[in-house]
Design a protein around this ligand. Sequence first.
Ligand code: TXA
Ligand code: MG
Length: 316
Amino acid sequence: MIEILNPNNQSYTLIQHAILGCKLVSIPTETVYGLAADATSDKAVKKIFDIKSRPTFNPLIVHVANIDHAREYVEWTEEATLLAKHFWPGPLTLVLNQKKHSSLSKYVTAGLNTVALRMPNHPIALEIIKKSGKPLAAPSANISGTLSPTAANHVQKQFKKGDIDYIIDGGSCEVGIESTVVHIDKGKVNLLRLGKIQKQDIEKLGLDCIEALEGKDKIISPGQLLKHYAPTLPVRLNAKTVEKGEALLAFGDKPLTGAKKSLNLSLSSDLTEAASNLFKMLHELDQSIYTSIAVMPVPNKGIGQAINDRLKKAAS
Ligand code: TXA
Ligand code: MG
């Protein structure tokens, strides 16, 4: 099994050496656990694609320590300053044009001329970026297409020793859903992936925000094309009843009865709590002793939109 380390000086040094040696490590962020490597190393970045079985056309997010660090790699804009000042560190990824002579590995961007950047709001992730002195390419630490990991043991379950050198334990991820991704282009903000930070949050800053999600417009986020977030069991959405042998993912104070096992995303119908429980509970219900996972309806407002986006992909 891959070793899980507690965060302390000794483990930070081990992780630093692993990163500088082009190895992979799994780190906690506030959204999900990432599979991190030196974003300037072709060798390290190639390994990420390999271990995840990730299609090479799907670019990675580069994690940085602060705004100045981000500006080293991209043509920064006014809109980026406004967004980063409000939402960094935090669950917002900014896609911007890459600088001509950036030091990033060409594999990070999958041949696009843009780069996705994020400053995570997690002390362990930030410490590791600073200690390694490198920008970190870090997709979610799961095999492509499967459920995202929100705890160290989810990562340990999916990968084998040798794939990843270490996992560093930061407990459960607070947000629980991947970052919102926006592409800043000619003064406009194009929303590519739904997350905790929503269209209205961006518009409040006086910016134009256009939904450019899959099917709505031309696809500019390759990752959105792929099958995603799927448990092994079939997922049945908007369940009004429970069928024989099913596990239930409930929501609210009137959970359906009759399930072999039932977990509640939020008894008090709190969507933020539901988001943070989503992947954890899907991981827990995804067992072959059940026939499928029935999911009760989740209101499609606020972060509920991101929850429904992930659930729809889990069911497709
Ligand atoms: O919360 C998160 O964003 C997590 C944590 C670890 O930071 N990371 C994550 O990475 O979700 P990943 O690789 O699972 O998803 C990255 C998404 C994909 O949909 C990818 O297509 C998109 O970002 N992306 C990356 N670079 C892009 C680019 N240059 N243009 C458009 N989309 C891009
Ligand atoms: Mg992912």
